[in-house]
Design a protein around this ligand. Structure first.
Ligand SMILES: [Zn+2]
Ligand SMILES: [Zn+2]
Length: 249
């Protein structure tokens, strides 16, 4: 029997450099009982306003790795909750070991004193550990360590929500771990930063295609693409996200 739908909306499908005028990584995953952001890049609060997503509706922010295009929006999100959205309920921020310190440092760098301000709502931090399942509201999240230098271990994430699986590569070069991450997932969101250029710590479409047969996901959607990759998209046999793309599972 089919259960209530899960909605996955790309608020940001861009890379770190604003390629194609896209917002940085931010994916809104909603079920009847949960509402989370997968990554929160520096531009994410703008993207949320653009697409009409209320920050107060977000239960948790799940961060793949500690690069600014994946977690740099958190200081703005926290500040918005304090002063504009008047958040009252707790916010959970989950991410790589050290995420609390990195978020506090980012707050201080961007809005001096803001990490010391008495918060009107609680913020809880949770650290990912390789293959250790975490319960986040009604979501079961399994982090898998991948290959991407970012000052702390980087993770791909596999979320189970109401019997559906959403897998997300985060940023990484090819690693066989992605086969596990994507296995039988209803949706695998995978970075394809480059078309064929082999850059350490990132994936290119050509390499992903070589391994496509190993990825037993039901649907593969590309994200985090640079300008060359975006230009080539129309001629490729691949599904790719745009800002605003919504997928119903
Ligand atoms: Zn990165
Ligand atoms: Zn990135």
């Amino acid at each position: 029997m089919d259960v209530t739908p899960i909605k996955v909306r790309f608020l940001g499908s861009g890379d770190a450099f604003g390629s194609g005028g896209r917002f940085q990584a931010c994916i809104h995953v909603r079920s009847p009982d949960s509402s989370v952001l997968l990554d929160c890049g520096a531009s994410s609060l703008i993207a949320m306003r653009h697409f009409g997503v209320e920050p107060n509706d977000i239960d948790a922010i799940l961060v793949s790795h500690l690069h600014g295009d994946h977690f740099g929006g958190i200081p703005f999100f926290i500040l918005d909750g304090q002063f504009l959205s008047k958040r009252e309920r707790p916010l959970l921020i989950a991410g790589p070991p050290g995420i609390k310190a990195r978020v506090r440092q980012a707050q201080e760098a961007l809005f001096a004193g803001s990490s010391q301000t008495e918060q009107k709502y609680e913020i809880h931090f949770l650290e990912w550990h390789d293959r250790q399942q975490a319960a986040i509201g009604g979501i079961s999240a399994m982090p898998f360590e991948v290959v991407h230098a970012s000052g702390a271990p980087p993770f791909a994430l596999r979320l189970e929500i109401d019997g559906k699986t959403i897998a997300y590569s985060g940023d990484t070069e090819w690693t066989d771990t992605l086969v596990e991450v994507a296995r039988e997932a209803e949706l695998f969101i995978c970075e394809a930063n480059f078309y064929d250029k082999k850059i350490k710590f990132h994936l290119d479409y050509e390499t992903l295609n070589v391994h496509r047969g190993e990825l037993h996901c039901k649907r593969l959607v590309l994200t985090h693409m640079n300008a060359e990759m975006l230009a080539r998209l129309p001629s490729l046999d691949a599904e790719a996200a745009e800002d605003g793309t919504e997928i119903v599972l």
